[in-house]
Design a protein around this ligand. Sequence first.
Ligand SMILES: CC(C)(COP(=O)(O)OP(=O)(O)OC[C@H]1O[C@@H](n2cnc3c(N)ncnc32)[C@H](O)[C@@H]1OP(=O)(O)O)[C@@H](O)C(=O)NCCC(=O)NCCS
Length: 169
Amino acid sequence: MSEPSLTILAEKVDDAEAIERLHERTFGPGRYARTAFRIREGRGHELSLSFTARIGTLLVGSVRLTPICIDETKALLLGPLTVEPPFRSRGVGTALVKRALKEAQAKGHKLVVLVGDEPIYAKSGFKRIPKGQVKMPGPVDPARLLVAELKAGAFDGVKGTIRPDWIVG
Ligand SMILES: CC(C)(COP(=O)(O)OP(=O)(O)OC[C@H]1O[C@@H](n2cnc3c(N)ncnc32)[C@H](O)[C@@H]1OP(=O)(O)O)[C@@H](O)C(=O)NCCC(=O)NCCS
C-alpha cells in the first residue's frame, strides 16, 4: 500500500495541544526561556500564517509566524519550526517554511526574520542579518539571526530592536 501523501494546512485552534506536545518533545522546558519564545508570548502567533504538516491525519510538523516590529518596520517572526523525528529529512520542514512564506507574501507582508541555523533556512531564501543591524530584546547568537525579503529591497535601511507587534490586527 502506498504511504499517505503530505498535506500542509493552515493551523486551527484545535491543533494547539498536539503542537504543544511536539514543542515539548523537541525543545523541552528550556524553550520558555528563549528570547524568541518571549516575543511570541506577547501577542501570539497568527493562525492564518501558521501551518501544520500532516501525513494522512497524523500531525507531523508545525511552523508558526508572529507579527513583530523592527523599530517601526512591520515584519513577521518565524518559529518554532518542528518536524517529528521519524518524518525528518523528507522535505517536510522546507515545505512548511515555503508555504508560510508564500501565504505571508500573498497577504502583503514584506519581511520575515527568525533565530535559527542558516543551513536549514538558506534554501528558503533566508540570509544572515549583518551583525548589529537588528537586535533581539534578549540574548541571541547574532549568527543565527536571519531575514528573508518577501519584497525586493524591503530590508534596505531597516535597523533596530525587535519587539512584539501589539497593533497589527
Ligand atoms: C529543523 C527541522 C524542522 C527540519 O525539518 P525536516 O523536515 O527534516 O527538513 P527538510 O527535510 O526539509 O530538510 C531541510 C534541510 O535542512 C537540513 N538540516 C536539518 N537540520 C539541520 C541542522 N541542524 N543543521 C544543518 N542542516 C540541517 C536537512 O539535512 C535538509 O537538508 P537536505 O535537504 O540538503 O538534506 C527538523 O530537523 C526539526 O524539527 N529539528 C528540531 C527542531 C529544530 O531544530 N527546529 C529549527 C530551529 S532553528
